[in-house]
Ligand binder design. Structure first.
Ligand SMILES: Nc1nc2c([nH]c(=O)n2[C@H]2C[C@H](O)[C@@H](COP(=O)(O)OP(=O)(O)OP(=O)(O)O)O2)c(=O)[nH]1
Length: 157
């Protein structure tokens, strides 16, 4: 399964930085920052690179807090299946800057734009915000959007 990352910067006041995807996969959705691992890259290295490419924030790999993983399965397009390692990061340098891929905005955690995010995020993101680490699987219906089934557990390790 294709390895990918997803990273959510958390500001000192607790707000979360999301980006509205401007093109390609997930276009128009608010999400964390991330993408596919490049050859030879670790998950953390990928998350740091994508954060910089997509929103110009520079983080140390060790500053990333691992929050769990999700397997995303696309029933009609198995080639799109991927596993995502999810991170929060609270320290970085630079200012969130719009890129060709993402328009960034900080959101209070009780005002996240779930109606314009991937459908299952409203289930698992609040758990991460509470500090829980998760592992799970999301299976998408043939339309590639609707959640067909969802299995999320707490990862106590
Ligand atoms: N929050 C969230 N993200 C999802 C869901 N499903 C899903 O594929 N993604 C995201 C997580 C990954 O960051 C991203 C991986 O897809 P991708 O690697 O094709 O994304 P990309 O086009 O931005 O990647 P890249 O070209 O920059 O490498 O998709 C979901 O249900 N919720």
């Amino acid at each position: 399964m294709r390895p990918t990352t997803l990273c959510f910067p958390v500001a000192a006041d607790g707000r979360l930085l999301l980006g509205c995807k401007k093109r390609g996969f997930g276009n128009g959705k608010w999400n964390g920052f991330g993408g596919k691992l490049e050859p030879g890259e670790s998950f953390r290295e990928c998350a740091v690179r994508e954060l910089y490419e997509e929103v110009s924030l520079l983080a140390e790999p060790e500053a990333l807090e691992y929050m769990g993983f999700l397997d995303f399965h696309f029933t009609a397009a198995p080639a799109a299946d991927h596993i995502t390692y999810i991170y929060f990061v609270k320290t970085w340098t630079g200012n969130a800057t719009e890129s060709e891929e993402m328009e960034p905005r900080f959101f209070a955690v009780d005002q996240l734009p779930y109606d314009r995010m991937w459908q299952s995020d409203r289930v698992w993101l609040p758990r991460l915000i509470k500090g829980e680490r998760i592992k799970g699987r999301v299976i998408f219906a043939p339309d590639g959007e609707t959640v067909q089934s969802l299995e999320i557990k707490e990862d106590r390790q």
